[in-house]
Write a new protein. Sequence first.
Length: 396
Amino acid sequence: MKVLTVVGARPNFMKVAPIIAAINRHNDGADDAIRHVLVHTGQHYDAAMSGAFFKDLQLPTPDVWLGVGSASHAVQTAEIMKSFECVLAAERPEFVVVVGDVNSTMACAVVTAKVAWDCAGTRPRVAHVEAGLRSFDRSMPEEVNRVITDHVSDLLFVTEESGLRNLQNEGIPSDRIHFVGNTMIDSLLAFKEKADASPALERLGLRTRAGGISEYALLTLHRPSNVDDPDAFLNILAGLNDLGHECPIVFPVHPRTQQRIKEFGLRPEMNGTRIALIDPLGYLDFVAVMKHARLVVTDSGGIQEETTCLGIPCVTVRDNTERPVTVEHGTNTIAGTTAPQIRAAVRRQLQRPGGAVAPEKWDGHAAIRIVEVLVRASSFRPGVTLDASVAEAIPA
Ligand code: UD1
C-alpha cells in the first residue's frame, strides 16, 4: 500500500507530522508496511514559513518538491495542478492524503479525483483530513477550497461534530465520513512539553529576573480581509489599544502582513499601541509563547483550536468561524472586526477564568485512527496472491 501526502503551507505541517509518525508506527514490524511519499508543493517556501517547521516537527525531507511559490490564486493553483499530475503518474499511490484548506489541498485533491489509469477509471483515492468545516462565507478562499475538496474526496476525516453535520447536510454519503479527531492537536499534545525548552520567552524579554513570566498578549493577523485593506487593519489596531495599555502585545508578523505594513507605512509602534513586531516564529517557539499568553488575538483557524486545548482565552478577529466547537466548548470568542467589537471582546476575555477543555476525540490519537481507516480501506492485502489475470489488469 502506498500513501502520498501533500503539504504546501505553514498550517499543513503540524497536521501531517502525526500522520507520518502513525505510519512509521504502523510499519514497525508490520507485514503490510505502508510506503509513504511526502510531496511539498512549495506554496510556502521561506525558512520561517516552512523549513523551521520541518525541523521542529521532525518531518522527513520531502520526497518531491514542486517549488510553485507565491502567485495569484489561479496561477498558484494551476501550477500546483500541472506539476502534481506528473507526480501522481510517476508514483501511482493508492491514497492521496490532503490536509486543511489551503490552495495546495484543493489543487491536489481535484487532480487526484480526475486522473484515470485505465478505461475503468482506476485512480488513487482522495483522503481529506479536517473535512466538513464550514464558515458559510464564500468570500474566504479557504471556504471555497474546503467545499471543493470535500466534494471530490473519497474518505473524509472530521475533527469536530459540526463537520459531520455539514457533510451530511451537503449530501456526502455517510460511509465516506470518519470522525477521528484533530491531528493539529495531536502535534500540540506531542510537542507542548518540548516547547518549554524554547528560548523564545527569554529572547522576547518576557522572563522576569525571578524566573517567572511577565504578562503579555499574543497577536497574529494574516487574513486578506483583515490586512489587505488599510482601514480594516487600522480598525483592528485601534480595537487593541486598551489591551496594549494593559500588557505588551507580541505580534509575530506573517509575510503577507509584513508587506502590507510596509505598503501602508504603519510605524513600528503600530498606531500608538504597545505592540512588539517580530518575525514569524517556528513551531516550538510559537507554542511556547502561546501557552503562557494571558490572551491571544488572532484571525487564524488553527490557533482557535490550540488555545482551546491550552485553556488560553482567544479573541478571533473575524465575523465567523468554521470551528464552532472552540466557542461552544472552548476558550474562543468571535469578536467581529470593528474597533468597539474587538475592545469589548478583549475586555470580556480578560475576565474569563482559565481552564483547558478537550473537545471530543482531541486526545492525541487522531492520526492513529486515520491510518487505521486507510489500512482497512486499502485493497492491498499482505500474503494474498492475486490471480495472474487480475494482477496484470492492475497498473504498476
Ligand atoms: C495561506 C493560506 C491560508 C493559511 C496561510 C497560513 C490559501 C488560500 N491560503 O495564506 O489559508 O492560513 O497560508 O500562512 O492557501 N510569502 C512569503 N514567504 C512564504 C510564503 C508566502 O514571503 O514562504 C508571501 C508572499 O509574498 C505571498 C504572501 O506571503 O504572496 C501570501 O502567501 P500565500 O501562500 O499566497 O497565502 P497566505 O496568505 O500565506
